[in-house]
Design a protein around this ligand. Structure first.
Ligand code: AHG
Ligand code: MN
Ligand code: MN
Length: 335
C-alpha cells in the first residue's frame, strides 16, 4: 500500500484481505478513529477548555480518574455505540461491560479500550494514547455478558492505538502486519506514513519503572542488573534506559527503534499479577508487537495465550525485541 493512502482507502483494501465475513470492520474501525480524532482535538485544547485535572472519582481499580479519562471514555462510547457494528463495549473506566442500548442496531463485534493511556502524564503535557482491541461476539449471543469477552488475545480481529504526541498517530493491525498513519489536521484524515513496521530483533535499550526494583522477582532483577553492568558485565555492552510512563509511547518507540518494555509481576501487592490490564492494554499491544516480529510474554507464558477470567484482570508484561524478551523468558525458566 502506498504512502499517502488515506485510512479509509487502506481499510477497504484490508477488508479484501480478510474476506467477506468482516465487511463491517472498516466502518467499525472508522468509528473508533473518529473518537480518537475528537479526543486529539480535546487534548490539544488542554487547560484552555478546562480539560486538565482530576475528576474527583475512582475507577473500578481504585485509581483516581482524570477529567480526561472520563471525557475520553464518553467520547468513545458516544461515537461507537450507534454504528450498528457492536454488540457491547468494555473499558478501563467502566466497572461493567456496556451493552449497546436497545435503540441502536446491534452488530457482531465487541470493543475493548483504554480510552486514555498514560493519564498521569496529561497534566504535564507528555504523550498519552488510546488503546483498542476488537473481538467477535460469540455466534448466537444476542445480549452479551462479561463472559463473552473472555477470549484470549489470539482471537483479536483488530488492535490499534492512537498516540497523541507532537503528531497524532494511529497504529493498526488486522493480522497482516502493522501500519502507521499520521493525522493530517488540514484534511481531518489519517494518512499512511509507515508501512509494515518491524521491531528490530536486538536492542540495547530497556524500559522499566526502576522504583519497583526491590519488589522484582529474581529473573527480572538479574536481567536488569546485567544491563546496568554494561561493558564491564556479562553482556559486555552498555545499555540505555527510557521510562515515559505511557505504555503507548513506549510501544511506539519500540516499534520504531527496538527495545524491551517490562512491567513485570512483583511483590508490591501480591494480590495483583502485574500493573497492566490484560484485555485492553496487554493483549492489543501484544497483537501489534507480534505482528511486527516482536515477542510478548509474562515471563512464564505468551500474553496472548492467556485465557482471561476477569474483565479488568492484570498481567505481567515483557515485550519488544525478540532476542531480549526471549532472554528474560529463559531467565524465568532457570528460576
Ligand atoms: P493508565 O493511565 O491507563 O492507567 O495506564 C498507565 C500505565 C501505562 O501506560 C504505564 O506504562 C504505566 O501505567 C506506568 O506506571 P507507573 O506509574 O507505575 O510508572
Ligand atoms: Mn493504560
Ligand atoms: Mn487509561
Amino acid at each position: 500500500m502506498q504512502i499517502g493512502t488515506t485510512l479509509n482507502q487502506f481499510l477497504l483494501e484490508e477488508q479484501r484481505h480478510l474476506g467477506g465475513v468482516h465487511h463491517d470492520l472498516p466502518a467499525l474501525v472508522n468509528d473508533v478513529v473518529v473518537a480518537c480524532k475528537s479526543l486529539s482535538h480535546a487534548l490539544s485544547q488542554g487547560a484552555l477548555a478546562g480539560m486538565l485535572g482530576s475528576a474527583d472519582s475512582e475507577n473500578v481499580q481504585g485509581e483516581t480518574q482524570k477529567k480526561l479519562d472520563v471525557i475520553s471514555n464518553d467520547i468513545m462510547i458516544a461515537t461507537a455505540e450507534r454504528g450498528g457494528y457492536l454488540a457491547a463495549m468494555a473499558s478501563e473506566e467502566m466497572d461493567e461491560i456496556y451493552p449497546i442500548p436497545v435503540q441502536y442496531p446491534k452488530g457482531k463485534y465487541l470493543l475493548l479500550f483504554d480510552p486514555l493511556d498514560g493519564s498521569s502524564n496529561i497534566d504535564v503535557n507528555i504523550s498519552v494514547g488510546t488503546i483498542f482491541s476488537i473481538l467477535r461476539c460469540p455466534a448466537g449471543v444476542m445480549i452479551p455478558t462479561a463472559e463473552d469477552f473472555m477470549q484470549p488475545g489470539t482471537q483479536q480481529v483488530c488492535a490499534g492505538y492512537a498516540l497523541y504526541g507532537p503528531s497524532t498517530l494511529l497504529v493498526l493491525t488486522t493480522g497482516h502486519g502493522v501500519n502507521c498513519f499520521t493525522l493530517d489536521k488540514s484534511l481531518g484524515e489519517f494518512v499512511l506514513t509507515q508501512t509494515n513496521l518491524r521491531v528490530p530483533e536486538d536492542t540495547r535499550e530497556f524500559a522499566i519503572n526502576a522504583s519497583n526494583s526491590r519488589f522484582w522477582e529474581k529473573p527480572v532483577k538479574r536481567y536488569i542488573d546485567e544491563c546496568l553492568a554494561g561493558k564491564d558485565g556479562p553482556r559486555k555492552e552498555n545499555f540505555n534506559m527510557r521510562w515515559v510512563a505511557s505504555m503507548v509511547a513506549e510501544v511506539h518507540r519500540i516499534l520504531n527503534r527496538g527495545g524491551i518494555f517490562m512491567y513485570p509481576r512483583d511483590s508490591k501487592d501480591p494480590t495483583k499479577a502485574g500493573r497492566l490490564r490484560l484485555m485492553y492494554e496487554a493483549n492489543p499491544m501484544s497483537f501489534i508487537i507480534e505482528q511486527a516480529g516482536g515477542v510478548c510474554s509474562t515471563g512464564r507464558e505468551p500474553i496472548m495465550s492467556i485465557q482471561p477470567i476477569e474483565l479488568h484482570q492484570r498481567v505481567a508484561v515483557i515485550l519488544g525485541s525478540k532476542n531480549e524478551v526471549e532472554r528474560v523468558v529463559a531467565y524465568h525458566a532457570e528460576g
